[in-house]
Design a protein around this ligand. Structure first.
Ligand code: OOB
Length: 519
């Protein structure tokens, strides 16, 4: 039996599309509020109606099934109209983050041959319309113009089927250019429905979206899609700082929200320092994921915020692990959860791909009903990123406990996890190598008390030339690199350490520098 047949036989893939999900939510909860965006409230009926009319508008522009559309929107109600309009047509959103700039947007548009780029106006002091040139031949559509596109949905062509691609998600990556993750309606919505169930979402749930909605965590774990599936209410936060978020939790009676570890710490510190405590009585669950949560912060969640902690260890490629809401403290405080599905296969192996003893640290490989078997159009990379029998090499070092829970112990991939934001070392290195004063460069993670890790660039300058941190930072900004990828530190060195005879790879270099830095 093929995996596809197995996943259908087990009832994981049920033939539901994103359009079906929205239609079902509308049928059941039409008059209820789906989204709160500042002063604006959008009901399920309104969302359904606008998404269909926008689909007709997009169709009128010639956007159709299989076309790629790069979507870069902040946490606004428009985001939902746009993605459900594209899902209805079977056009594939390519999910960019609001922080991405010309370098990333240019690459996403050209690599996917995108027909359109949907973005916003000024956000966080940056005018996204200035990315028009980077979008190349993709038609730029700005969110404030969406209403002018609305058209009669009567003649819309048939939508996609559930086994087809729904969208392309970005990988955190460890390579020079980011890889795209192809997810189908069937596989993704299985993870959404199960996540909603694990997190006990109901029509009374109020989910505060703090992290960017286009991130896999906020989108589907259970995220905004899980809430729509359950008929609950999404409250959009424009900014993640305590001054914005704490009053919002009180006023909107938020029941669940999701953050990265530095934000959890920031909120906890803010609340602990307040003489007059904010009203957090509605909050039941704080999900923390995207990077390893330290045990000290973990232990403070419940006493300070008065809600249950849930650890989430997931990846845009698929596999998501949760601690369960009724798990004992020992599990919730010290593990990163266990998989969603009984058919998520977990293998922990050594460098030679041989399984390690249960409970020992090794490389995490995984295969399952919502984990991809290959990146989009990346045949060569897929040969090393997946095993011959289709396991995804996560690049994470974990322990698999006897009780099935996973503990993340480190990472083998050349990536920096800067407070949940993933940076591929090679991508930043390639940009730096174009600088006229740079002879060679290695980008590595350095430990940081607040963010977990920060980025340090080790640079060997060209003979007679020098470099400073402000110089390389403004150089990378001008090249249009997202701010979070720009190195926090610069170490100018005469030469790189050589560990063996002959030429050593950049990868080994990074490892050598990392251990120097830690030692
Ligand atoms: C989430 O997804 P991505 O694709 O941005 O990053 C995945 C990587 C993992 O391979 C791991 O290295 C790291 O992020 N990670 C964690 C973690 N959660 C993610 N490392 C330690 N502890 C954790 N709890 O980050 C993501 C996707 C869905 C749900 C949650 C997070």
């Amino acid at each position: 039996m093929s995996f596809e047949d197995l996943y259908r036989a087990r009832g994981y893939w049920i033939g539901q599309t994103f359009d079906d999900l929205l239609q079902a939510a509308f049928d059941k909860h039409g008059s209820r509020v789906a989204i709160v965006d500042g002063d604006r409230e959008v009901t399920y009926a309104e969302l359904r109606d606008r998404a269909l009319r926008l689909a007709a508008g997009f169709h009128g522009l010639g956007i159709g099934k299989g076309d790629r559309v790069v979507v870069q929107l902040p946490n606004t109600a428009s985001y939902f109209e746009v993605i459900f309009a594209l899902f209805r047509l079977g056009a594939l959103p390519v999910f960019a983050l609001p922080a991405h700039r010309a370098a990333e947007i240019g690459y996403f548009c050209s690599h996917t041959s995108a027909v359109a780029f949907v973005t916003t106006g000024v956000h966080e002091g940056f005018d996204h319309r200035s990315l028009a040139a980077a979008a190349g031949t993709a038609r730029m559509i700005v969110d404030e113009d969406l209403a002018s596109l609305y058209a009669d949905p009567a003649g819309l062509p048939d939508g996609p089927s559930a086994d087809e691609l729904a969208f392309l998600q970005l990988s955190g990556g460890s390579t020079g250019l980011p890889k795209l993750i192809p997810r189908t309606h069937d596989d993704y919505l299985y993870s959404v429905r199960e996540s909603a169930d694990i997190c006990r979402l109901t029509p009374d749930s109020v989910y505060l979206a703090v992290l960017p909605v286009a991130h896999n965590f906020t989108m589907s774990s259970p995220g905004v899609l899980g809430v729509l599936h359950a008929g609950g209410r999404i409250v959009l936060a424009r900014r993640p700082d305590p001054a914005t978020v704490l009053p919002l939790i009180a006023v909107e009676r938020v029941t669940i929200t999701a953050v990265v570890p530095p934000l959890a710490q920031l909120w906890i510190d803010a609340v602990a320092a307040m003489d007059e405590k904010p009203d957090l009585s509605s909050l039941q669950v704080l999900q923390v994921g995207g990077a390893k949560l330290g045990s000290t912060v973990a232990a403070r969640v419940e006493p300070v915020l008065g809600c249950r902690l849930q650890q989430v260890f997931g990846m845009a490629e698929g596999l998501v692990n949760y601690t369960r809401l009724d798990d004992p403290d020992e599990i919730v405080l010290t593990t990163q959860g266990r998989p969603i599905s009984p058919d998520d296969e977990i293998l922990v192996v050594d460098d030679a791909d041989e399984p390690v003893e249960r409970g020992e640290v090794g490389h995490l490989l995984t295969r399952g009903p919502y984990t991809i078997k290959g990146y989009w159009n990346a045949e060569e990379h897929n040969r090393t990123a997946f095993t011959a029998d289709g396991f995804y090499r996560t690049g994470d070092l974990v322990r698999h406990r006897a009780d099935g829970y996973l503990v993340v112990e480190g990472r083998a991939k050349d990536q920096i996890n800067r407070g949940g934001e993933k940076i591929a070392a090679e991508e930043v290195e390639n940009h730096l190598l174009t600088h006229p004063a740079v002879h060679d460069v290695a980008v590595v993670a350095i430990p940081d008390a607040y963010l977990g890790e920060r980025t340090c660039a080790f640079v060997v300058p060209r003979p007679g030339l020098s470099l400073t941190l402000p110089e390389i930072r403004s150089y990378l900004r001008e090249r249009g690199l997202a701010a979070y990828k720009i190195p926090d530190r610069l170490n100018v060195v005469g030469a790189f350490p050589v560990t063996g005879v002959g030429k050593i790879s950049r990868r080994e270099l990074r490892a050598a520098l990392r251990s120097l830095k830690e030692g």
